[in-house]
Design a protein around this ligand. Sequence first.
Ligand code: ADP
Ligand code: ADP
Length: 221
Amino acid sequence: MSIQVKNLTKTYGSQKALTSITFETQSNHIIGFLGPNGAGKSTTMKILAGILPADQGECLINGINIRLESIKAKQTIGYLPENNPLYMDMYVQEILTFEANLHRIPNPKNRIQQVISLTGLTQEKHKRVHQLSKGYKQRVGLAMAIIHDPKILILDEPTSGLDPNQILEIRALIKELSKNKTVLLSTHIMQEVEILCDEIIVLDKGILKDHFLKSDAAIRF
Ligand code: ADP
Ligand code: ADP
């Protein structure tokens, strides 16, 4: 499924966050959303995830307009916010049950066990979130994001704040989870897009600076 963004504009008070951003990704790619802090990456992702209204412009997920068909769009999208807020006193399995219920997943028990296994949380499922390392908390965030088997994954700085080992593990997990999905992943680390991504979109100060396939990147880097 492709992500299409047309003339997206967003201002917070007098602070311009996005100025008429337009792009269309390919299907089943990992797309790196690259840019420094304040570039507008989180703002774009929040709009795509349907939790922040844009001032102007449209976002289409395989042709589904996220503003006009928000319920349908939300079934298609999984979102991992930056600094994902988790209920620290809840058990891993309990959080996933809660998330599965939010999505009204039929026969949730099977899906929860499947997702626990996919994200490498089998040993942790009976632990409380506060007992987990940052890397494992991020696995919980990814498990929550994929519980309804979305075809599009929006991951906001998924490796930020992790130590080098955890970064490698989470990158490998994202690669694994990205099979048959379109993944938009934000980062300010160039190396991360080189390692993980098929396609790169560069944003700076709310303006789209570049958009290219990694296979064409030799000319750019
Ligand atoms: P990035 O994710 O690339 O760091 P953001 O989308 O978070 O960028 O921010 C884009 C711009 O919008 C920045 O200048 C930021 O300070 C501003 N901004 C983001 N969220 C808010 C907010 N809730 N209120 C005011 N300004 C905001
Ligand atoms: P990012 O830039 O990656 O979104 P931040 O640490 O800048 O991360 O933002 C954390 C939170 O604060 C976000 O919810 C963002 O919308 C909000 N925020 C960012 N910049 C501002 C700002 N200038 N004024 C108010 N809220 C902001």
